[in-house]
Design a protein around this ligand. Structure first.
Ligand code: ZN
Length: 302
Protein backbone atom coordinates (compact mmCIF):
# COMPACT_ATOMS: atom_id res chain seq x y z
CA UNK A 1 0.00 0.00 0.00
CA UNK A 2 2.80 2.36 0.97
CA UNK A 3 4.68 1.71 -2.26
CA UNK A 4 1.49 2.37 -4.25
CA UNK A 5 1.16 5.73 -2.50
CA UNK A 6 4.76 6.62 -3.35
CA UNK A 7 4.15 5.52 -6.92
CA UNK A 8 1.08 7.78 -7.22
CA UNK A 9 2.97 10.74 -5.72
CA UNK A 10 5.83 10.13 -8.14
CA UNK A 11 3.47 9.99 -11.11
CA UNK A 12 1.72 13.20 -9.98
CA UNK A 13 5.08 14.92 -9.53
CA UNK A 14 6.27 13.82 -12.98
CA UNK A 15 3.06 15.12 -14.53
CA UNK A 16 3.27 18.50 -12.80
CA UNK A 17 6.93 18.95 -13.79
CA UNK A 18 6.23 18.07 -17.41
CA UNK A 19 3.13 20.31 -17.45
CA UNK A 20 5.23 23.21 -16.16
CA UNK A 21 7.93 22.51 -18.74
CA UNK A 22 5.33 22.32 -21.47
CA UNK A 23 3.84 25.65 -20.36
CA UNK A 24 7.30 27.23 -20.47
CA UNK A 25 8.32 25.78 -23.80
CA UNK A 26 5.06 26.41 -25.65
CA UNK A 27 5.58 30.21 -25.41
CA UNK A 28 7.40 31.87 -28.30
CA UNK A 29 7.52 35.04 -30.37
CA UNK A 30 6.54 35.03 -34.05
CA UNK A 31 8.02 37.63 -36.40
CA UNK A 32 5.80 39.08 -39.12
CA UNK A 33 7.46 41.18 -41.83
CA UNK A 34 5.36 44.35 -42.16
CA UNK A 35 7.72 46.28 -44.50
CA UNK A 36 11.31 46.14 -45.73
CA UNK A 37 13.56 46.29 -42.66
CA UNK A 38 10.56 46.22 -40.31
CA UNK A 39 8.95 43.38 -38.34
CA UNK A 40 6.16 42.97 -35.80
CA UNK A 41 6.76 40.40 -33.07
CA UNK A 42 3.75 38.76 -31.50
CA UNK A 43 3.65 36.20 -28.70
CA UNK A 44 2.20 32.76 -29.36
CA UNK A 45 1.17 30.00 -26.96
CA UNK A 46 0.11 32.33 -24.14
CA UNK A 47 0.75 35.80 -22.72
CA UNK A 48 4.28 37.00 -23.49
CA UNK A 49 3.77 40.76 -23.07
CA UNK A 50 2.87 43.54 -25.49
CA UNK A 51 3.54 43.31 -29.23
CA UNK A 52 6.98 44.45 -30.33
CA UNK A 53 8.34 45.96 -33.52
CA UNK A 54 11.92 45.91 -34.73
CA UNK A 55 13.66 47.79 -37.52
CA UNK A 56 17.00 46.45 -38.77
CA UNK A 57 19.33 47.70 -41.47
CA UNK A 58 22.57 49.53 -42.26
CA UNK A 59 21.91 52.27 -39.71
CA UNK A 60 21.29 50.10 -36.68
CA UNK A 61 18.58 48.35 -34.73
CA UNK A 62 15.49 50.02 -33.28
CA UNK A 63 13.21 48.04 -31.01
CA UNK A 64 9.76 49.17 -29.91
CA UNK A 65 8.91 47.82 -26.43
CA UNK A 66 10.63 44.90 -24.73
CA UNK A 67 7.98 42.70 -23.05
CA UNK A 68 8.46 41.11 -19.61
CA UNK A 69 11.45 39.60 -17.77
CA UNK A 70 9.84 36.13 -17.90
CA UNK A 71 9.88 36.16 -21.69
CA UNK A 72 13.34 37.71 -22.19
CA UNK A 73 14.95 34.47 -23.34
CA UNK A 74 12.39 33.65 -25.99
CA UNK A 75 12.34 37.30 -27.09
CA UNK A 76 16.13 37.26 -27.53
CA UNK A 77 15.80 34.05 -29.55
CA UNK A 78 13.27 35.69 -31.86
CA UNK A 79 15.36 38.86 -32.18
CA UNK A 80 18.51 36.82 -32.96
CA UNK A 81 16.73 35.28 -35.92
CA UNK A 82 16.22 38.77 -37.34
CA UNK A 83 19.59 40.35 -36.50
CA UNK A 84 22.85 39.37 -34.79
CA UNK A 85 23.35 43.00 -33.72
CA UNK A 86 22.45 44.58 -30.39
CA UNK A 87 19.72 47.19 -29.95
CA UNK A 88 20.77 50.80 -30.60
CA UNK A 89 17.49 52.51 -29.75
CA UNK A 90 14.62 51.19 -27.65
CA UNK A 91 11.35 53.13 -27.89
CA UNK A 92 8.90 52.52 -25.02
CA UNK A 93 5.26 53.11 -26.00
CA UNK A 94 4.32 53.55 -22.31
CA UNK A 95 5.26 52.62 -18.77
CA UNK A 96 3.62 49.20 -18.19
CA UNK A 97 5.84 46.28 -17.22
CA UNK A 98 4.68 44.06 -20.09
CA UNK A 99 6.16 46.65 -22.49
CA UNK A 100 9.20 47.84 -20.52
CA UNK A 101 10.06 44.81 -18.38
CA UNK A 102 13.49 44.26 -19.92
CA UNK A 103 14.56 47.91 -20.05
CA UNK A 104 17.40 47.44 -17.58
CA UNK A 105 18.89 44.55 -19.57
CA UNK A 106 18.54 46.52 -22.79
CA UNK A 107 20.04 49.65 -21.20
CA UNK A 108 22.98 47.67 -19.83
CA UNK A 109 23.57 46.24 -23.30
CA UNK A 110 23.89 49.75 -24.69
CA UNK A 111 20.40 50.58 -25.97
CA UNK A 112 19.42 54.24 -25.76
CA UNK A 113 15.91 54.28 -24.33
CA UNK A 114 13.41 56.76 -25.79
CA UNK A 115 9.97 57.59 -24.38
CA UNK A 116 7.45 60.34 -23.69
CA UNK A 117 8.56 62.60 -20.83
CA UNK A 118 5.60 61.56 -18.62
CA UNK A 119 6.60 57.91 -18.96
CA UNK A 120 10.04 58.69 -17.50
CA UNK A 121 8.46 60.83 -14.78
CA UNK A 122 6.14 57.97 -13.75
CA UNK A 123 8.97 55.45 -13.84
CA UNK A 124 10.94 57.66 -11.44
CA UNK A 125 8.02 58.25 -9.07
CA UNK A 126 6.30 54.83 -9.23
CA UNK A 127 9.32 52.56 -9.58
CA UNK A 128 9.18 49.05 -11.01
CA UNK A 129 8.50 45.54 -9.76
CA UNK A 130 11.60 43.52 -8.98
CA UNK A 131 12.08 39.82 -9.67
CA UNK A 132 10.42 39.05 -6.31
CA UNK A 133 7.33 41.04 -7.33
CA UNK A 134 8.06 43.82 -4.83
CA UNK A 135 8.16 47.50 -5.75
CA UNK A 136 11.59 49.07 -6.03
CA UNK A 137 13.15 52.22 -7.50
CA UNK A 138 13.57 52.02 -11.26
CA UNK A 139 17.19 51.00 -11.97
CA UNK A 140 19.15 53.78 -13.67
CA UNK A 141 19.73 51.71 -16.79
CA UNK A 142 15.98 51.11 -17.20
CA UNK A 143 15.24 54.83 -17.59
CA UNK A 144 14.69 56.63 -20.89
CA UNK A 145 17.69 58.85 -21.68
CA UNK A 146 15.91 60.68 -24.50
CA UNK A 147 12.38 62.02 -23.96
CA UNK A 148 9.98 64.13 -25.99
CA UNK A 149 6.87 66.24 -25.31
CA UNK A 150 4.88 66.29 -28.55
CA UNK A 151 6.79 64.34 -31.18
CA UNK A 152 10.17 63.38 -32.59
CA UNK A 153 11.43 61.66 -35.72
CA UNK A 154 13.90 58.88 -36.54
CA UNK A 155 15.39 58.52 -40.01
CA UNK A 156 17.13 55.15 -40.00
CA UNK A 157 17.21 52.03 -42.19
CA UNK A 158 15.30 53.81 -44.97
CA UNK A 159 12.38 54.40 -42.62
CA UNK A 160 10.90 57.70 -41.49
CA UNK A 161 9.54 57.03 -38.01
CA UNK A 162 7.36 59.76 -36.54
CA UNK A 163 7.03 59.19 -32.79
CA UNK A 164 4.16 61.18 -31.31
CA UNK A 165 2.24 61.63 -28.08
CA UNK A 166 -1.42 60.67 -27.65
CA UNK A 167 -2.52 62.57 -24.52
CA UNK A 168 -4.49 60.98 -21.64
CA UNK A 169 -5.34 57.77 -23.50
CA UNK A 170 -4.09 54.43 -22.10
CA UNK A 171 -1.83 56.46 -19.75
CA UNK A 172 -0.61 60.08 -19.91
CA UNK A 173 2.72 58.99 -21.38
CA UNK A 174 1.64 57.12 -24.53
CA UNK A 175 3.73 57.21 -27.68
CA UNK A 176 2.72 55.89 -31.11
CA UNK A 177 5.30 55.25 -33.81
CA UNK A 178 4.22 55.99 -37.37
CA UNK A 179 6.51 54.67 -40.09
CA UNK A 180 5.11 57.14 -42.58
CA UNK A 181 6.94 56.07 -45.75
CA UNK A 182 5.97 52.38 -45.44
CA UNK A 183 2.44 52.87 -44.02
CA UNK A 184 2.91 51.04 -40.71
CA UNK A 185 2.00 52.33 -37.24
CA UNK A 186 2.67 50.88 -33.79
CA UNK A 187 -0.04 52.21 -31.46
CA UNK A 188 1.16 50.68 -28.19
CA UNK A 189 -1.74 50.08 -25.82
CA UNK A 190 -3.88 52.81 -27.35
CA UNK A 191 -5.08 49.87 -29.46
CA UNK A 192 -6.12 46.37 -28.39
CA UNK A 193 -7.27 44.51 -31.49
CA UNK A 194 -10.57 42.59 -31.30
CA UNK A 195 -10.37 42.49 -27.47
CA UNK A 196 -11.49 44.95 -24.77
CA UNK A 197 -8.79 47.55 -24.04
CA UNK A 198 -7.39 48.52 -20.66
CA UNK A 199 -7.26 52.15 -19.58
CA UNK A 200 -4.92 52.96 -16.71
CA UNK A 201 -6.74 55.79 -14.93
CA UNK A 202 -4.14 55.74 -12.14
CA UNK A 203 -1.42 56.64 -14.69
CA UNK A 204 -3.36 59.49 -16.31
CA UNK A 205 -5.37 57.50 -18.86
CA UNK A 206 -8.96 58.55 -19.64
CA UNK A 207 -11.88 57.00 -21.51
CA UNK A 208 -12.46 60.02 -23.73
CA UNK A 209 -8.74 60.47 -24.37
CA UNK A 210 -8.53 56.82 -25.36
CA UNK A 211 -11.32 57.21 -27.92
CA UNK A 212 -9.77 60.48 -29.11
CA UNK A 213 -6.38 58.78 -29.58
CA UNK A 214 -7.92 56.13 -31.81
CA UNK A 215 -9.71 58.81 -33.84
CA UNK A 216 -6.43 60.72 -34.24
CA UNK A 217 -4.76 57.59 -35.63
CA UNK A 218 -7.78 56.85 -37.83
CA UNK A 219 -7.08 60.18 -39.50
CA UNK A 220 -3.56 59.00 -40.38
CA UNK A 221 -4.31 55.58 -41.88
CA UNK A 222 -5.78 54.18 -45.08
CA UNK A 223 -7.04 50.78 -46.26
CA UNK A 224 -3.46 49.49 -46.68
CA UNK A 225 -2.01 50.62 -43.35
CA UNK A 226 -0.64 47.89 -41.11
CA UNK A 227 -1.55 48.74 -37.52
CA UNK A 228 0.48 47.06 -34.78
CA UNK A 229 -1.68 47.04 -31.66
CA UNK A 230 -0.25 46.79 -28.13
CA UNK A 231 -2.16 43.53 -27.77
CA UNK A 232 -3.98 41.33 -30.28
CA UNK A 233 -3.22 40.41 -33.87
CA UNK A 234 -1.97 42.78 -36.58
CA UNK A 235 -4.79 45.22 -37.31
CA UNK A 236 -6.05 47.32 -40.19
CA UNK A 237 -8.22 50.41 -40.62
CA UNK A 238 -11.45 48.39 -40.32
CA UNK A 239 -10.31 46.95 -36.96
CA UNK A 240 -9.57 50.46 -35.69
CA UNK A 241 -13.01 51.65 -36.85
CA UNK A 242 -14.64 48.67 -35.11
CA UNK A 243 -12.81 49.52 -31.90
CA UNK A 244 -13.94 53.15 -32.00
CA UNK A 245 -17.53 52.08 -32.72
CA UNK A 246 -17.51 49.63 -29.80
CA UNK A 247 -16.00 52.19 -27.40
CA UNK A 248 -18.36 55.00 -28.39
CA UNK A 249 -21.34 52.67 -28.13
CA UNK A 250 -20.21 51.35 -24.72
CA UNK A 251 -19.71 54.93 -23.55
CA UNK A 252 -23.19 55.96 -24.72
CA UNK A 253 -24.91 52.90 -23.19
CA UNK A 254 -23.21 53.24 -19.81
CA UNK A 255 -23.27 57.05 -19.89
CA UNK A 256 -27.06 56.91 -20.03
CA UNK A 257 -27.14 54.63 -16.97
CA UNK A 258 -24.77 56.97 -15.12
CA UNK A 259 -27.13 59.85 -15.98
CA UNK A 260 -29.93 57.85 -14.39
CA UNK A 261 -27.81 57.81 -11.20
CA UNK A 262 -27.39 54.04 -11.28
CA UNK A 263 -24.57 52.72 -9.08
CA UNK A 264 -21.72 50.69 -10.52
CA UNK A 265 -23.19 47.57 -8.93
CA UNK A 266 -26.59 48.19 -10.55
CA UNK A 267 -25.00 48.78 -13.93
CA UNK A 268 -22.91 45.61 -13.70
CA UNK A 269 -26.07 43.64 -12.84
CA UNK A 270 -27.77 44.90 -16.03
CA UNK A 271 -24.84 43.52 -18.08
CA UNK A 272 -25.21 46.35 -20.61
CA UNK A 273 -22.22 45.24 -22.72
CA UNK A 274 -23.43 41.65 -23.19
CA UNK A 275 -23.53 42.16 -26.97
CA UNK A 276 -19.76 42.69 -26.89
CA UNK A 277 -18.98 39.41 -25.11
CA UNK A 278 -16.82 38.35 -28.06
CA UNK A 279 -14.35 41.11 -27.02
CA UNK A 280 -13.99 39.64 -23.51
CA UNK A 281 -10.64 38.02 -22.63
CA UNK A 282 -8.69 36.89 -19.59
CA UNK A 283 -7.51 40.33 -18.48
CA UNK A 284 -10.55 42.45 -19.40
CA UNK A 285 -13.79 40.52 -19.12
CA UNK A 286 -17.15 42.05 -20.06
CA UNK A 287 -17.77 42.80 -16.37
CA UNK A 288 -14.39 44.48 -15.97
CA UNK A 289 -14.98 46.50 -19.15
CA UNK A 290 -18.37 47.60 -17.80
CA UNK A 291 -16.76 48.80 -14.56
CA UNK A 292 -13.96 50.51 -16.49
CA UNK A 293 -16.34 52.43 -18.76
CA UNK A 294 -18.52 53.30 -15.74
CA UNK A 295 -15.47 54.72 -14.00
CA UNK A 296 -14.29 56.44 -17.18
CA UNK A 297 -17.65 58.18 -17.66
CA UNK A 298 -17.84 59.12 -13.95
CA UNK A 299 -14.30 60.56 -13.96
CA UNK A 300 -15.11 62.63 -17.07
CA UNK A 301 -17.54 64.57 -14.86
CA UNK A 302 -20.62 64.01 -16.99
ZN1 ZN B 1 -0.28 48.94 -21.12
Amino acid sequence: MKSLKIFIVLIAFTFSVSAKKEAETKLSWDAIKVADNLYMLIGVGGFTGGNLAISVGDDGVILIDDAMPSTLDIMNKALAKITPNSIDFLINTHIHGDHTGNNEVMGKNGARIVAHKNMRRHLLSKGVRGADGKKMDAPKKSLPVITFSESMDFHLNGLDAHVFHLPHAHTDGDAAVHFTNVNVIHMGDTMFNKIFPFMDFSSGGTLDGYIEAQKTVLGLVDENTKIIPGHGVLANKKDLENSITMLEDARAIIGKLVDEDKTEEEVVKLNPLAKYDAWSWGFITTEKMTKQVYKGVSLSGE
